[in-house]
Ligand binder design. Structure first.
Ligand SMILES: [Zn+2]
Length: 222
């Protein structure tokens, strides 16, 4: 991409739909995938040792490449190296900035993880891995991370419809996890991934939903 091509840069930023990033370069590789180099426009980090907010620059973390949701059906890979900051607490440790749109150790952005998970509904993680050209370990890793994650209800808008679907871990196996989704208008959001679909597990999850989100009363479809 021509670095002076401001309209194109803005268009790609809009399509990526990620907070606090700026597109630095875009190119297409031999397979037609978009490789997008980003910089973070956020400033500062939270010290991993003392939890203090810090903003004394100290270089960058490692380059990471993350798969993101497709643009016009072309795979998108993001390259970023996040800024690092130094604290004045004991040992003057450095901390690489954490951002809201990907979790460390995942090869995917959070948006791409949600997309993969929704694609697993009524399918198997192995089928999705083949379809999306990711490894079985990677698609299984997405499930594992979501099963461990607790729901941050404070960021949730009230929803009207909740769905429970199942994802089978392997073809022909009896291992299922349950995925709970909420529909708000045209949008489907993942509320949680439950380790099994036993009645007690599902009831426990539903009891954890704060009453404030339940004002409109939701319909259950399953
Ligand atoms: Zn510190």
């Amino acid at each position: 991409m021509d670095s002076n091509n401001e309209p194109l840069r803005q268009a790609i930023e809009l399509l990526l739909d990620l907070p606090n990033v700026q597109v630095q370069a875009v190119h297409q590789d031999r397979n037609g995938s978009y490789i997008v180099t980003l910089v973070s426009t956020e400033h500062g980090a939270t010290c991993h040792k003392c939890n203090k907010r810090i903003d004394k620059s100290n270089g960058h973390g490692e380059w990471v490449t993350l798969r993101h949701t497709a643009i016009f059906e072309k795979p998108v890979y993001l390259r970023i190296r996040l800024p690092r900051y130094q604290c004045d607490c004991d040992g003057e440790p450095t901390t690489t900035q954490q951002v809201s749109w990907f979790t460390r150790r995942s090869p995917f952005t959070i948006a791409y993880e949600a997309y993969l998970l929704l694609d697993c509904v009524n399918s198997t993680t192995a089928d999705v891995a083949i379809k999306k050209k990711v490894t079985c370990d990677e698609s299984q890793g997405v499930l594992d991370r979501h099963i461990r994650k607790s729901v941050d209800w404070s960021t949730m808008e009230p929803f009207e419809v909740i769905g429970i679907d199942e994802i089978s871990l392997k073809k022909g196996h009896k291992d299922f996890v349950a995925i709970v989704t909420a529909r708000q208008g045209n949008e489907t959001r993942i509320l949680g991934v439950l380790e099994d679909r036993m009645k007690e597990t599902v009831i426990k999850f539903f009891r954890s939903i704060p009453k404030v989100l339940d004002l409109v009363g939701y319909k259950l479809y399953a």
